[in-house]
Design a protein around this ligand. Structure first.
Ligand code: UDP
Ligand code: MG
Length: 335
């Protein structure tokens, strides 16, 4: 029987984990012809997240977890999940229930039809401000223009990946990660399904505009050197104009003389050129920084504790289902 791993990165998600677990198990208990593994990655949470995960594991043998040594960010938490997954397919889902687990059966169906990467595309984004929607939209527009690979707009990390994709992703070990771009970069057979993205079930988003800005720069610098090209391009144009202006000045001085005026024009030229030089330096610096970070060649994360497959993993699926239903009843009564 095929095993499907569900990867759930969680950072300070104590308020939603039970809810998530219940909605998820409701869905997967109804899918009888697969085994499931719920792989939680605790990304250095400062609240009760890890204890809740451990408690879930006590009652449900499908639950396994990776406890990272500190908060590494979602991108790295997902990589840890890729490394430890055992399934024939992997489903990545946010802990906050913004990605409806009810889509999972449809994803599996498409996977069985031969697609390797079934990703969920948002029809709507309720619960997000117009500013976030707008910035996100313009970011994708820019990214699409400057990079050669197509990066899907309005898709998150909610998707089903075949083992082949997971193996590919395990090999992309950049420190500054933009996973959404990697999904596109590795290729394979892709298929989209549409859904309505709900607002967070509880808790607050871990993103702020500074982090999003970081991710945007990451997205651009990790997939294209286009900004470097732009600075060369601007450099060429500006030097060309400067060259022409030099001739104008020389001829003007030769034929009409010069009575030291022109402070404003000198200043504007200096400021303009200075600005452009700083800008280009900044762009070069961004790339240099990436080179620096990659050359350190550090491991991408450390694991505090991994608790996976419990022996014997399966005594037969019927037993498992019975066992889980009992636990669920127990759990509901205690609550
Ligand atoms: N997350 C994580 N590490 C972090 C930040 C977030 O593992 O440093 C997880 C978080 O628990 C959630 C998912 O990444 O499961 C998406 O985070 P969030 O809901 O805050 O992002 P948004 O939906 O607002 O983009
Ligand atoms: Mg969210």
């Amino acid at each position: 029987m095929k095993l499907i791993t569900i990867l759930i990165p969680a950072y300070n998600e104590e308020e939603v984990l039970y809810k998530l677990y219940h909605r998820l198990s409701k869905v997967i208990n109804n899918i009888t012809n697969y085994e499931f593994e719920l792989l939680f990655v605790n990304d250095g949470s400062k609240d009760q997240t890890i204890n809740i995960i451990k408690e879930l594991r006590e009652t449900d043998i499908r639950v396994s977890y990776i406890d990272l040594s500190r908060n590494y960010g979602k991108e790295t938490a997902m990589l840890a999940g890729f490394d430890y997954t055992r399934g024939d397919a992997l489903i990545i889902i946010d802990a906050d229930l913004q990605d409806p687990p009810e889509l999972i059966p449809e994803m599996i169906e498409l996977w069985e039809q031969g697609y390797d990467d079934v990703f969920a595309k948002r029809k709507s984004r309720s619960g997000e401000s117009w500013l976030k929607k707008w910035t996100s939209k313009s970011f994708y527009r820019v990214l699409q223009k400057v990079s050669r690979i197509k990066i899907e707009e309005d898709t998150g990390d909610f998707r089903l990946l075949d083992k082949r994709c997971v193996r590919a992703l395990q090999q992309l070990r950049e420190t500054q990660r933009y996973t959404k771009g990697m999904f596109s970069w590795i290729g394979f057979n892709k298929k989209e399904i549409l859904f309505d993205r709900d607002p967070r079930a509880a808790g607050t988003t871990k993103w702020n505009y500074a982090k999003l800005m970081d991710l945007a720069i990451e997205g651009i610098t990790s997939f294209t050197t286009f900004p470097l090209r732009i600075s060369s391009f601007i450099g060429v144009i500006v030097s060309f104009l400067a060259f022409i202006y030099m001739f104008v000045i020389i001829f003007k001085t030769l034929f009409f003389g010069e009575k030291i005026i022109g402070y404003p024009s000198t200043m504007s030229v200096i400021l303009f050129l200075g600005g452009i030089q700083l800008l280009s330096l900044g762009v070069i610096g961004e790339y240099l920084g990436r080179v620096f970070n990659e050359t350190k060649n550090r491991p991408l994360y450390f694991i505090n504790e991994y608790n996976g497959q419990r022996e014997p993993y399966l005594k037969g699926l019927e037993n498992l289902r019975e066992y889980n239903n009992e636990r669920e009843k127990e759990f509901n009564e205690n609550k």
